[in-house]
Design a protein. Structure first.
Length: 116
């Protein structure tokens, strides 16, 4: 007798094997492409602080200081804040106000770097 096509158990086994492979692959890919949004927001906040510190220092070269804190920038109205507090995106109970910023002036060009 000639056999045309596949039997039902053969088809079920193939579908189960493909399904298991799909779920294993999907699980691995979901971890490979995961993004830490809190850390990304923290890095963006640090970049924002550095950019605004640089702008402030360039506008006030006559009173240039080598180190500043985020709290000083808040007091001068340079940074947006919540009740005088720059919130850490990784932990909303913490503040970034104590971070120090190193300002460097070279050839009338200012660079700013947040020190952890």
């Amino acid at each position: 007798m000639e056999k045309n096509g596949y039997t039902m158990p053969e088809l079920i086994i193939v579908i189960v094997v493909i399904g298991i492979g799909y779920f294993i692959l999907a699980n691995h890919l979901s971890y490979a492409f995961s993004v830490d949004y809190e850390e990304a927001m923290y890095n963006q906040t640090i970049s924002y602080i550095e950019k605004n510190a640089k702008i402030y220092a360039e506008a006030n070269l006559d009173t240039f200081t080598e180190y500043m804190t985020v709290d000083e920038l808040v007091e001068k109205g340079v940074l947006l804040n919540t009740d005088g507090k720059v919130v850490d995106p990784r932990d909303e109970n913490k503040s970034l106000n104590d971070l120090r910023i190193k300002l460097t002036l070279k050839n009338n060009k200012v660079t700013a770097e947040v020190l952890d």
